[in-house]
Design a protein around this ligand. Structure first.
Ligand code: SF4
Length: 323
């Protein structure tokens, strides 16, 4: 425990934002370690980048992997998304951004969808500035905040919202506070919505993250077995040349789709290179075809716990991703 570790008994809800990646997995394991008696309050939230529609940016297996982990640990998981996901937002032309849908214990809730008209017609731009790198804000951060503001469960109650950013990842993340008031908090408002935002692994090294995952013997997301150092979107705008060359190897149609939209928008997914340039500059990871097949399925029937646990190929590797 550190001096910023909250008192779990103070909260009615403990939400772990779970991408399926190693850092948010470590957050879940750490909370279960620290607060076994408050386990019944813990729930996982996963934001579906592509919404409930066609897979466009994300790993096809991620939704199922997240559910398998939730089931294995006996904690509920709720999905939330912007209708139409990444693709609809990217193709927005003179129309408002879409509604947000969130699963809750008593059914789906929705919010938004009636804002001002706007046009994107381009990929999000590689930047720490979330107004041009719109995917992180519109498809994850704002989605969570909308659900927190809309679900009456969070009124007149205290919620601990947990995310897995680490200082080691970037200078922008190093500046994040370990604990702060969440942007959806209105503790002094009419609805008494008290929400604290805790980043329990902010000061952790990658070694500490993998050590905890090893202790629980959790099978990491298939992306790590394929050599990726991070489980962000499969087609993350921050992808390195080697990652794009690997995407070309396991899902060439995806590269073609991105190239099609680069032509249509006259704007590349990378600041200066076309997607084909990015692929050509890289060398694909040595891909295990079995894991490639698992990663590209929309179901997950691998074991969640491994008797013979070992570090995946992507551990301590290239970890290009959102900063
Ligand atoms: S993982 Fe990459 S592409 Fe996906 S939402 Fe985050 S920054 Fe955008």
């Amino acid at each position: 425990m550190t001096e910023t570790t909250p008192n779990f008994a103070d909260y009615e809800h403990i939400i772990v934002a779970f991408s399926g990646g190693k850092d948010s997995l470590a957050c879940l394991l750490h909370v279960l370690d620290l607060a076994p008696e408050d386990r019944h309050k813990v729930e996982l939230w996963h934001h579906l980048v592509d919404g409930r529609g066609d897979n466009f940016m994300d790993w096809p297996v991620t939704e199922a992997y997240c559910r398998a982990v939730a089931v294995a640990f006996g904690v509920p998981i709720y999905y939330s998304w912007k209708e139409g996901g990444f693709k609809r937002e990217m193709l927005r032309q003179d129309m408002p951004t879409a509604r947000t849908i969130g699963e809750t214990p008593s059914g789906n809730i929705q919010s938004g969808g009636n804002g001002p008209d706007g046009t994107r017609l381009k990929f999000p731009q590689v930047s720490a500035n979330l107004s041009v790198r719109w995917c992180s804000a519109y498809l994850k951060i704002d989605v969570a905040a909308s659900v927190l503001r809309t679900d009456p469960r969070f009124e007149d109650s205290k919620t601990l919202f947990i995310t897995g950013e680490r200082a080691e990842e970037s200078s922008a993340r190093a500046r994040y506070a370990e604990i702060e008031v969440h942007r959806a908090d209105r503790r002094n408002g009419r609805k008494g919505r008290h929400i604290d935002h805790w980043r329990p692994v902010h000061g952790w090294s990658e070694k500490q993250i993998w050590k905890l995952i090893e202790t629980y013997r959790v099978n990491p997301h298939p992306a790590y077995w394929l050599g990726f150092g991070r489980t962000s979107c499969l087609s993350c705008i921050f992808g390195s040349p080697n990652q794009w060359a690997t995407v070309q190897r396991i899902d060439p149609d995806r590269i073609e789709r991105i190239a099609y939209y680069e032509d249509r928008f006259d704007c590349t997914i990378h600041r200066t290179d076309t997607i084909q340039d990015r692929v050509a500059k890289g060398t694909a990871y040595r891909v295990d075809d079995r894991y490639a097949a698992i990663a590209m399925q929309d179901y997950y029937d691998e074991p969640v716990f491994l008797d013979d646990w070992k570090l995946p190929a992507g551990a301590f590797g290239e970890s290009c991703g959102p900063t």
